[in-house]
Design a protein around this ligand. Structure first.
Ligand code: ADP
Ligand code: MG
Length: 454
């Protein structure tokens, strides 16, 4: 008879009605409005509260105190988490303090703070202290959770700090900060009001709750409790909405605005880094523990040459590319590269939440150029989908375009054709050939290259 959604609301309404009836019945049985007011009387008290001249002042004062404590706690926690992430000694220094704040009961703080500062700033400091440890620990964990491989990719492509934060750190931080925030919001509000009840500062919800108790105005206690609940829900919803907006705002924007690159309309990246592109390794030895991967290797890749590493899997191709790219250091010998290096890693290392165009533009700073380059190897409908939803072969092509379009004199391609069928591989090879523009290329592949003469 009713649609499914209406049924759910009806059920919820019935549950609420049931509990109101239980309350009413209990009030009738107790028959003492000081101990338990009936629901109608509580509702009447609530309405008369709304009409009081000082009601909004009380609300705003409490909101101001608890809200500012929360904001201060949140900002401090995030700053401290960044410092702890950056400098290990800061984390060690803070660890006992954060542990203490977490374990000391709120009421002990309240008593101490009352002695030190008095009631007026009590709720501010209590909300601050309640928020601080949770947000700090969650943010720190979120920062630690950032994919190290993506950070290495950002270093190779010299992605500026702002873009790094938006596209690499922010997605990794989102679940941690949101869950920390949810827990902190509820606690901060409850602890803040409790602190007000104990400190009873002028014009505060806590003071009004306390006075209601003194005057045995149980109806007012119920009414103020309802106000606290409503404010708590509103406060939580508003803040979570604001923070969610921060975490998703670029996802709904056009890609040009997303990457902050609208002003650049060049069709192609010009390679301006200016090195010759020559690579030399002299008597290079590289070990991992006891395993000697390269021993006394000497080689020279000339300016503008195309070089293949076609040894079997496990023979050290990736290691050699990483040595050339400066991501590993030789145990003996020297590796020199004259010019900037761009790299297609053995893994795709894409920012999975963002589109192919965005991933390439993130590195090149040039949206139209990124789109044009991608159109040559990728199906048009895949250009604006989040990379996480693309197939393995498609992701590989995005990573290939990113490496080829980056401003560099040397391009290192590690297994560029993994996951591609014969046709897409040919397209990718043609693309490499045409976009090489005389730069030095090193290609590690255990699959034969069809166009041997790129
Ligand atoms: P390929 O790319 O030719 O398959 P790799 O360069 O990836 O070969 O690896 C060569 C050898 O070095 C392998 O035996 C691998 O286990 C080892 N190796 C590579 N990277 C590391 C590392 N970070 N730590 C320890 N061993 C490694
Ligand atoms: Mg490899």
């Amino acid at each position: 008879m009713f649609p499914e959604r209406h049924k759910i609301w009806l059920r919820r309404g019935a549950v609420l009605l049931f509990w109101f009836l239980v309350w009413q019945l209990a009030a009738v049985m107790v028959d003492n409005s000081i101990l338990l007011v009936p629901p109608i009387a509580a509702f009447r008290s609530f309405l008369s509260l709304l009409g009081e001249p000082t009601f909004w002042r009380v609300i705003l004062t409490s909101l101001g105190r608890i809200g500012s404590g929360f904001a201060l706690g949140f900002v401090t926690a995030v700053l401290l988490a960044v410092l702890s992430y950056r400098f290990r000694f800061v984390e060690e220094l803070l660890s006992p303090v954060v542990g203490l704040i977490k374990t000391i009961p709120v009421v002990s703080f309240v008593v101490l703070l009352l002695i030190w500062w008095g009631a007026s700033v009590l709720a501010v400091i209590i909300s601050f202290l309640v928020v601080l440890p949770g947000i700090y620990l969650n943010t720190l964990e979120g920062l630690r959770n950032v994919d190290k491989k993506l950070l290495e990719m950002a270093n190779v492509f010299r992605i500026p700090a702002g873009r790094r934060f938006l596209y690499i750190y922010r997605p990794a931080l989102r679940p941690f900060v949101l869950s920390g925030l949810k827990a902190a919001l509820g606690m901060c509000w409850k602890a803040g009001v409790a602190a007000e009840v104990i400190g009873t500062p002028d014009y505060s919800i806590g003071e009004r709750l306390y006075l209601s108790k003194i005057y045995l105005a149980t109806g007012d206690v119920f009414a103020w409790t309802a106000v606290i609940i409503l404010l708590s829900i509103g406060f939580e919803k508003l803040l979570l909405w604001l923070v969610r907006c921060f975490f998703i705002w670029t996802l709904s924007m056009p890609v040009e605005v997303k990457a902050g690159l609208a002003e650049k309309t060049k069709e192609h990246t010009n390679y301006v880094s200016g090195g010759s592109g020559t690579i030399t390794c002299e008597r290079v030895t590289k070990k991992y523990g006891d395993r000697i991967v390269h021993s006394d290797v000497t080689l020279c890749y000339e300016q503008g040459s195309v070089n293949y590493l076609r040894n079997p899997s496990g023979s050290g191709k990736t290691t050699l590319l990483r040595l050339i790219g400066g991501l590993e250091h030789p145990d003996e010998g020297t590796v020199t590269c004259d010019g900037r290096v761009s790299m297609m890693f053995q893994e795709d290392r894409l920012c999975e939440e963002y589109s192919a165009v965005c991933n390439v533009a993130l590195v090149t700073g040039n949206v139209p150029g990124a789109r044009k380059a991608l159109e040559r190897v990728l199906e048009p409908e895949a250009l604006y989908q989040p990379c996480g939803s693309l197939s393995g072969g498609m992701k590989r092509r995005v990573a290939l375009v990113r490496a080829m379009e980056a401003d560099a004199d040397i391009v290192l391609l590690d297994e560029p054709f993994t996951g591609m069928d014969a046709d897409t591989r040919r397209r990718a090879e043609t693309y490499i050939e045409e976009r090489r523009q005389g730069r030095t290329l090193v290609i590690a592949t255990h699959i034969g290259f069809e166009k041997e003469n790129i």
